[in-house]
Design a protein around this ligand. Structure first.
Ligand code: MG
Length: 383
């Protein structure tokens, strides 16, 4: 099998390359945002055909590292799209961060290349369009997000059986159980200290605000063709039950495992095969007990904003996602406080104009307008 990996130097990307090496999957191209040196090292080690650096300012650096290697170098969004639609590729793993992943996903689908999707923003912002095009072209999308992989796994052998309820589990992040007052002066380091999962900075912040669960709520609706009313969010602090499906007969099928992204990454790449995976084993007696609680949507208002947005539909989810990306960047840059992220996401959600999604420019425009509005709010709230 031949794959391409977008976001190859990130947390998901590096683990995916490990899986590829271990299971003799050929990587034909790699792409990263900024890390030219790491990208070049990966490209040479894997003997890829193409390497792409998204940040155009780093292209010269990448060229220098890959001089004489025979590896073609690319940059920018055009480069990502070229890699996403390369000939002779069976699957593209999209693990870039944020809206950047949207156009490459569409490019792969239009080429007829299956997508292993870790970039949830693709479906949050443009899910209507992405799923429609994937269906029309009969292109498979394999979820890499652990919750959606769990649902996908629970659905195996259940084709044709209606999903009554999708139980989306949430770790609750580092601040579960805290009041708004207690969250007033949260630091960047505190927000980045996730109790169970080791992930990149953007998604870890999203986990702390519960925006991540809001994005996953929307992602699940698109992937599995279900309504908002069919999803129940359950806080499960141990991150062992990765999500579950309740069927008509009240039978609940869950997927469990240690919280390690290598399992869903490997399943998405090797589907339908299950092969040895170098994670730890799940030891239930060592765990002793598993707990399940209700989320607190008032304190974690990003979560409610996402649900509001998807209930309204159209370009609203793209708007909340765009606002969140801008707000998280500002928070990680120490320009706004932790709770300001929720304020910004909610304000943009309230003010965004509903528009139906007909094509990608509708999505990109909604994203642009939301970022513009978020930038103004960041200015006002900023310290
Ligand atoms: Mg997840």
């Amino acid at each position: 099998m031949n794959i391409t990996v977008l976001g190859s130097t990130g947390s998901i990307g590096t683990q995916a390359l490990d899986v590829a090496k271990k299971h003799n999957i050929r990587v034909k191209a790699v792409a990263a945002a900024n890390s030219a040196k790491t990208l070049a090292d990966q490209a040479k080690e894997l003997g890829v055909k193409c390497a792409c650096i998204f940040n155009e300012d780093k292209k010269a650096e990448l060229d220098e590292y890959l001089k004489g290697s025979g590896i073609k170098t690319l940059c920018g969004m055009d480069g990502l799209k070229e890699i996403a639609s390369m000939d002779g590729v069976d699957k593209m793993l999209n693990s870039v961060v944020g809206m950047v992943g949207f156009e490459p996903t569409l490019a792969a689908i239009r080429k007829g290349t299956a997508v292993a999707l870790a970039n949830k923003e693709t479906l949050v912002a443009g899910g209507d369009l992405v799923m429609r095009e994937a269906k029309e072209r009969n292109v498979a999308i394999y979820p890499v997000d652990s919750e959606h992989s769990a649902v996908f796994q629970a659905l195996q052998g259940n084709e044709g059986n209606r999903i009554k309820k999708l139980i989306l589990t949430a770790s609750g992040g580092p601040f579960f159980g805290k009041t708004r007052q207690e969250l007033e002066n949260v630091t960047i380091d505190q927000a980045l200290a996730h109790p169970n999962w080791s992930m990149g900075r953007k998604i870890t912040t999203d986990s702390a605000t519960l925006m991540n669960k809001g994005l996953e709520f929307i992602e699940a609706m698109h992937l599995f063709g279900i309504s908002a009313d069919q999803i129940e969010i359950v806080v499960h602090r141990q991150s062992v039950v990765h999500s579950a499906i309740e069927f008509e007969d009240n039978s609940v099928i869950a997927q469990m495992g240690v919280p390690d992204m290598k399992i869903p990454i490997q399943y998405a790449l090797l589907y339908p095969h299950r092969c040895e995976c170098d994670t730890g084993r799940l030891d239930l007696t060592a765990l002793g007990s598993l707990t399940f609680e209700k989320p607190d949507p008032e304190t974690f208002e990003c979560l409610s904003a996402c649900i509001k947005a998807i209930r309204k539909g159209g370009t609203l989810p793209a708007a909340v996602n765009g606002a969140n990306e801008a707000a998280v960047a500002a928070f990680l840059d120490n320009r706004i406080g932790f709770l300001d992220i929720g304020k910004i996401v909610n304000t943009v959600c309230e003010n965004a104009e509903y528009k139906e999604i007909e094509n990608e420019s509708d999505v990109l425009e909604a994203d642009r307008l939301a970022r513009e509005q978020a930038a103004k709010l960041i200015e006002t709230l900023g310290r």
